[in-house]
Structures are given as C-alpha cells and as structure tokens.
Design a binder for this molecule. Structure first.
Ligand SMILES: [Zn+2]
Length: 251
C-alpha cells in the first residue's frame, strides 16, 4: 500500500508537468525548460508556490504577485494524475508494465484536457497513445492476438461508423484513434463496456451541460473526455463489471 501511495504523490508532480505542457503546447515555447510564470502578469512563480495542489490552496487560487485568479485546471489535473497513478499502481501492480500504463495515463490526461479546452486533439497525442498501447499489449504476458485485434475493431470501428454517419459533427477522426487504442488495450468484452460507458457518460454530461445552459442542443462538445473516463473505468474495474454482468446474464 505504501508504494501505491508513493506513486500517487509522484502522480501529483507529474500532473503539474502535464499542466505546463497543456498551457505551452499551442505556442510550443519553452516547452520543457523555462521557469513557470503567471500567464497574466508574467512574473516567475516561486518554487514553494508550485507544490502540487497545496500551492493552490495556500495561495487561495490567486497569483501571489497580481492577485488574478489561477486556473482551476492546475489543481484538478494534478489531483487527477495523482489519483490515476494510485489506482493504476493498485490495478497493475508495481512492475515494468506499470511504467507503460503510467505513460498511457499521462497522454490520456493530455488529450482529455486539451480536447475539453480547445475542442481538438493534437495528432502527436493520439499517435503516442496508440504507440504506448501497442507496446503495452506486446509486453503483456497474457497477450491474445485475436482479443487485441477484435477489441481494436470494436473500439475503432464503431466510432469510425459514428463519425462517418454524423459527418464529424458529434466526434472527429481523433476520437477514432482513441477508440482504436483503447479497443486494442481492453480486448473484446471490455471494449464493448468501454463504448457503452462512453455513450452513457456523454449523454449524462450533455444533459447536465444543457440543463445548466452552458451548451445548446447543437453546440459542439468534446467527446474524447468521455472516451477517456470510460477507458479508465474499464481498465480499473472492467473485469469485475464484465464478470458481474456475465453472472447475472447466466441466471
Ligand atoms: Zn500574476
């Protein structure tokens, strides 16, 4: 358990790096190097204010220099990365496979936030996701080629058909690659669960957004966040859910 918690804290730190990537990616400036600065007053941020989540709480969400609000994205992404690292350490166990799963988690979070923010998925992110998934599948000692291929066919195929029918209004081609990647990773049964969950989460989120009048019926909503939430649930609890379903279906 102690190692899982350590991985959780490590995730908080990685999360603050992911935030920097998301904010600086559109301009590609000082992506890796370069000190962190307030996007409003451009003043460098002190190291002690950069402590994940805690820095935000101590500053009460305001820049120490200009008092302007700090985006809630910072603590949310940090916390989400921490929780995800913790859950994956429990699910996968502390082994070499965990490393590739953590990379998959990082790219997924990048896609999640990027799509939610800018309504687009950079090609490099979706390709990285596919590559990491393929590596992880081949590293898996229980790898089954037909499960891998059929999972991909379900995940990528069904989303591909939906993109075609909806004329890219509801989802885009970037979403197909994400569906394909998680389909490969999850195999046949969990891919079906994954798609099913993504549509349910999407429908609920759409209704909530419309009820709160943040979105209109026809306005564009990013779909990748729903795919990623569904994928996380399917990776962490997918086997239990599928087994439970099969048990009840047998009765
Ligand atoms: Zn400032």
């Amino acid at each position: 358990m102690i190692f899982n918690i350590i991985f959780g804290f490590f995730g908080l730190l990685v999360g603050s790096f992911l935030n920097v990537l998301i904010f600086r990616f559109p301009e590609m400036k000082g992506l890796i190097s370069g000190r962190s600065y307030c996007p409003k007053c451009k003043k460098n941020i002190a190291a002690y204010d950069l402590i994940p989540v805690i820095g935000y709480i101590i500053l009460r969400g305001k820049c120490r220099n200009c008092q302007k609000k700090i985006s809630l994205q910072y603590p949310i992404v940090e916390l989400a990365t921490g929780v995800l690292f913790f859950l994956l350490a429990i699910t996968i166990g502390i082994n070499y496979q965990l490393i590739i799963y953590l990379l998959i988690a990082c790219v997924s979070l990048l896609i999640f936030v990027y799509d939610a923010k800018y309504l687009e998925i950079p090609e490099v992110f979706s390709w990285l996701l596919l590559i990491f998934v393929i590596i992880s599948s081949f590293l898996n000692p229980h790898f089954l080629v037909q499960d891998f291929l059929l999972g991909g066919l379900i995940g990528g195929g069904i989303l591909g058909i939906m993109v075609g029918i909806s004329n890219e209004k509801m989802m885009g081609s970037g979403d197909i690659k994400i569906g394909l990647a998680f389909g490969f990773l999850l195999g046949i049964y969990r891919s079906i669960l994954f798609l099913f969950l993504s549509f349910i989460i999407g429908a609920i989120a759409g209704l909530v957004l419309m009820a709160s009048r943040k979105k209109k019926m026809k306005s564009e909503i990013a779909f990748a966040p729903f795919l990623i939430l569904a994928a996380i649930i399917s990776i962490v609890w997918g086997n239990q859910i599928v087994n439970l379903y099969l048990k009840f279906a047998m009765i």
